[in-house]
Write a new protein. Structure first.
Length: 62
């Protein structure tokens, strides 16, 4: 079955780093449990504490 890979890039507004981090982290486990989810990983930048990336790989649905 075909797979789809997506990258989503996020950058927190000034003073919103913790709120963005919490919102993104809260979606990790529920999304990993969804049908077709192969991986869903949250990455934080080592160069910019306000930046994050979500990498996801799913089985494509027809």
């Amino acid at each position: 079955m075909p797979e789809a890979t997506n990258l989503a890039f996020f950058h927190a507004r000034r003073g919103q780093r913790a709120a963005l981090g919490a919102a993104l982290a809260a979606r990790v486990e529920p999304t990993r449990l969804e049908a077709g989810c192969l991986n869903y990983d949250l990455h934080r930048s080592v160069d910019d504490a306000d930046a994050a990336v979500i990498a996801t790989r799913r089985i494509s649905c027809p």
